[in-house]
Design a binder for this molecule. Structure first.
Ligand code: SAM
Length: 281
């Protein structure tokens, strides 16, 4: 695999492929980081892995050579063709399943229905990392663990506690189901081309009792967070009558004052709100 800037640029030249900035094509060129991602994941033997954006296949081939089954989603046609060529034997044996799709629309790719336990290991395209994660958390099938390469700023938002500027709807959805299990800062020179932003590897593990918000509650929380500095009592008045009633009793039962700002409300309190709605995912 191409694990140096010169080998990667030579491979891209052979493929007549210019890294697409919009698709976050910053390829891993540091072998230690590939090892680190895999060791952080601490996967059981021959475990199913979902990879978003396999790119040139660096992480993918390591996972496959270790015996894991990889389900990957790649949007780029040329990279898809390259992956099909270099990893053909794994495709034929059924160990590698690749789908060309937008991971936001197909967050778990072609993961078969009968696979209920799997992990995510991915160097995510930064532009869609939040949208993909939100889409995944809205799907019925949550991974056991996720090791994700992300923009550092995105990890701060995902892990943000209540009362901080970075606390948002996605942090609530993620923290309701996952807890942080690892973190590793990553310098820009580990990628080709080097991204303009700082990166980090984040490991999240599914809680013993994960809470999945229903679609309706997710939309409501997202709406509320567009006005995070307003008081919850005035925000609920903008909702339909039925939602207003549910929210009013939620505030009362949980001793949340109507002057509280949404950004101060804890994940557990939001979960209690979710519990007041009929689950219509
Ligand atoms: N995994 C490779 C590596 O570590 O070198 C490449 C990672 S690169 C940061 C992100 C990859 O995601 C690229 O291959 C890009 O084409 C792909 N990608 C970008 N947007 C995508 C989307 N919406 N759905 C699926 N793949 C996407």
């Amino acid at each position: 695999m191409a694990l140096s800037p010169s080998k990667t640029s030579e491979l891209l030249r052979q493929l007549e492929h210019r890294p697409n900035k919009k698709l976050g094509q910053n390829f891993l060129i540091d072998g230690n980081l590939v090892e680190k991602s895999i060791s952080m994941a601490s996967l059981p033997t021959n475990y199913p892995v979902l990879e978003i954006g396999p790119g040139l296949g660096t992480l993918t081939s390591h996972l496959l050579n270790l015996g894991h089954t990889v389900y990957a989603v790649e949007i780029d046609r040329r990279l898809e063709a390259h992956l099909r060529e270099i990893l053909n034997s794994f495709i034929e044996s059924g160990q590698f399943n690749l789908v060309r799709a937008d991971a936001v629309k197909q967050p778990i790719g072609n993961l078969p229905d009968d696979i209920t336990e799997y992990s995510v290991v991915a160097n995510l395209p930064y532009a869609i990392s939040s949208a993909w994660l939100e889409s995944l958390l809205g799907s019925e099938k949550l991974p056991t663990s996720m090791v994700m390469m992300l923009q550092k700023e995105a990890t701060e938002r995902m892990l943000a506690p209540p009362g901080t500027k970075a606390y948002n709807a996605l942090a609530i959805f993620l923290q309701a189901s996952y807890q942080q299990r690892g973190y590793h800062s990553v310098p820009g020179q580990c990628f080709y081309p080097a991204p303009a932003v700082a990166s980090a590897l984040l490991k999240m593990e599914k809680k013993t009792e994960p809470y999945l918000f229903a679609k309706e509650t997710r939309s409501l929380i997202r709406r509320i967070f567009t006005q995070r500095r307003k008081q919850i009592g005035s925000l609920l008045k903008k909702e339909e009558h039925e939602i207003q009633q549910i929210m009013t009793s939620w505030l009362e039962e949980n001793n949340i004052c109507s002057t509280t700002r949404p950004e101060k409300i804890s994940v557990d309190q939001w979960i209690k709100l979710g519990g007041q709605f009929p689950s219509t995912n």
